[in-house]
Design a protein around this ligand. Structure first.
Ligand code: PLP
Length: 403
């Protein structure tokens, strides 16, 4: 019998598949669920961006492009970094790819391998862990709980650094907590890293344009110039421009790192879709005013959701500073029993109870290496937020203490 590659054994089974299986089963039975599990904007891609894609087809721009993206796209990316982040990159320091996800995976693979450690603050996005596992490096999780605003502190960072550390992975605004690092906080992390010149830094900035006032987005390469020659800043059009299906991500940083990524893509993926690249040029170069409007909409939804969830004292949460997720702590529910006799031992149990009894889909904290929390996505309508959050409150209040 032929064998699969044993390296795949490093990928852990998904901690959240049970919830999605339950949701799929209920949907198949015809039940309508209030879905808070989505990780993508509910807005449509703006028309001007779609038209740019259509125009590209009409112009016959349907052939292979350069592996790292068209010159037009790389110029638009360079202009974006200059405009939004005060960062100057030459085109050979930029790479575009079929989404930020493969870009992040290859970026990690390019600098870390077996025997290396990658520092990852938790709660974290599940795929960051999978990417580190796949390249054979060890993940050094650093627990950042609700009291520290879900952000790694300079002391925690210093304590986590070892001679084996090859990479620090930061994600701000964060999926799943919505935590946003301020410029000062990032600069303080930069000061720690100044003492560790062999450590690369990977900044996942996918949610850059979803930041709620008074918070202001910053990225580490911008605020720590001394780290610029070892920081790769990754971004994309998926979350900010409602373009998840177009699959365009991009990165900029040191030539050595970017060249390594380009080399891997040249033998694996090839260049990203030519039509999506043309649409992304319009996204990055065209009007940007809708970004602030969308962000204000998410902020309004956040306030609405939090005002409803606050009706129960049993859930503790911190208002997210960005992204479109709320990450409540459900520790006070653990040990309680549902009216049907089901005991709540973990956030996964609570999420299962929410689906089965209240038809509300959320994602348990185990998927983000953090329990007992669960993630609520507010990339959905106010109607669903009002009805669904009230059901979450009712579900929490309906639990009874065990006698
Ligand atoms: N980074 C973070 C933090 C994400 O949450 C996601 C998607 O959920 C991605 C990257 C992937 O982005 P893309 O759609 O460009 O692959």
């Amino acid at each position: 019998m032929p064998q699969l590659n044993s390296a795949l054994g490093r990928l852990k089974p998904s901690a959240i598949s049970d919830v999605f299986d339950r949701a799929a089963k209920l949907r198949a039975e015809g039940l309508e669920l209030l879905d808070f599990s989505v990780g993508e904007p509910d807005f449509d891609t703006p028309d001007a961006i779609c038209q740019a894609g259509i125009q590209a087809i009409n112009n016959g721009e349907t052939r292979y492009t350069a592996v790292d993206g068209t010159t037009e796209l790389k110029q638009a990316i360079a202009a974006k970094f200059r405009r939004d982040n005060g960062l100057d990159f030459s085109l050979d320091q930029i790479v575009a790819a079929s989404g930020a996800k493969p870009l992040l995976a290859v970026a990690i693979q390019a600098v870390a391998g077996p025997g290396d450690e990658v520092i990852l603050p938790t709660p974290c996005w599940t795929s960051h862990v999978g990417m580190i596992d796949l390249c054979g490096a060890e993940t050094r999780f650093v627990e950042c709980n609700i009291d520290s605003g879900f952000r790694i502190t300079p002391t925690q960072l210093r304590n986590a650094l070892t001679p084996k550390t090859r990479l620090l992975l930061l994600c701000s605004p964060s999926n799943p907590t919505g935590a946003v690092y301020s410029a000062e906080e990032l600069a303080d992390l930069g000061k720690v890293l100044a003492d560790f010149p062999n450590v690369w830094v990977l900044s996942d900035d996918l949610y850059e344009h979803i930041v709620f006032a008074p918070n202001i987005f910053a990225t580490i390469a911008e605020v720590s110039p001394e780290l610029r020659d070892r920081t790769l800043t990754v971004n994309g059009v998926s979350k900010s421009y409602a373009m998840t299906g177009w699959r365009i991500g991009y990165a900029a940083g040191p030539t050595q790192w970017v060249n390594a990524i380009r080399k891997v893509f040249s033998q694996s993926n090839g260049g990203p879709c030519s039509i999506s690249q043309a649409a992304s040029v319009e996204a990055l170069n065209g009007p940007q005013d809708f970004l602030a409007e969308w962000s204000a909409t998410y902020q309004h939804r956040r306030d609405l959701a939090i005002s409803i969830l606050a009706r129960t004292p049993l859930l503790e949460m911190k208002a997210p500073e960005g992204a479109f997720y709320i990450f409540p702590n459900c520790a006070k529910l653990l040990g309680k029993v549902a009216p049907n006799g089901q005991k709540i031992r973990t956030s996964s149990d609570f999420c299962a109870y929410l689906i089965d009894q209240y038809n509300v889909v959320t994602v348990p904290g185990a998927g983000f290496y953090c329990d007992p929390y669960f993630r609520i996505s507010i990339a959905t309508s106010e109607e669903i937020i009002k009805a669904g959050c009230q059901r979450i409150v009712d579900a929490a209040n309906d639990l009874r203490s065990e006698n």
